[in-house]
Ligand binder design. Structure first.
Ligand code: FES
Length: 198
């Protein structure tokens, strides 16, 4: 079955192609509800797993894809973003638990536990704020805990609904959200392709 999957993109982003899927290009789209309206395909909502080609995703870029009806953020982090995430003392974390399906239950919220070893540059997590479910924005100047590299796309996420700030590992650092953004179950099929879901 061929299924179109649309991504939430900004000017510097682009769309991925899921296996056997056709993708459509959108420009400067930022609102997830708008994408939702454009993409009502029930078969997409029900997809148990989805494959994502990471090869076209350049460092510093991210895409948001739809999986089981929810947004999933896929970011190719810069070295500075990774270093910033690794440098955070665990005692500073509001939620010390990894919340990661690629780690074990209850593991600490280290950067390592929120990514897959050998692929630390790719951060994959649900784009669902753990406060009340809004979609955190990755390109919002209000966000803190980001890495400033002279770019507007600097990592870290901000939920505009009630002001929750997530760092470059997607961990809650400030605001009402109680937990880190969930890292879903996924695995690498090759160096540049992942499967989200089972
Ligand atoms: S839903 Fe994100 S801060 Fe409230």
């Amino acid at each position: 079955m061929s299924t179109a999957v649309h991504a939430d993109v900004n000017r510097r982003d682009f769309l991925f192609i899921a296996t056997g899927a056709a993708a459509a290009v959108g420009a400067a789209l930022t609102a997830w509800p708008f994408i939702n309206q454009m993409n009502p395909d029930a078969s997409v909502l029900a997809m148990a797993s989805i494959e994502v080609d990471l090869a076209p995703l350049a460092e510093g870029q991210e895409i948001t894809i739809k999986w089981r009806g929810n947004p999933v953020i896929v970011r190719h982090r810069t070295l500075k973003e990774i270093e910033a995430a690794k440098a955070v003392p665990m005692a500073e974390l509001k939620d010390p638990v990894a919340r990661s399906e690629v780690a074990n239950d209850g593991d600490p919220a280290t950067d390592e536990n929120r990514t897959v070893k050998g692929h630390e540059q790719f951060l994959i997590m649900m784009g669902v704020c753990t406060h009340l479910g809004c979609v955190p924005q990755g390109d919002n100047p209000a966000k803190e805990f980001a890495v400033v590299e002279g770019s507007t796309k600097t990592g870290g996420w901000f939920c505009p609904c009630h002001g929750s700030h997530y760092d470059t590992a997607g961990r809650i650092r400030k605001g009402p959200a109680p937990e880190n953004l969930l890292v879903p179950e996924y695995k690498y099929l090759s160096d540049t392709k992942i499967q989200i879901g089972a």
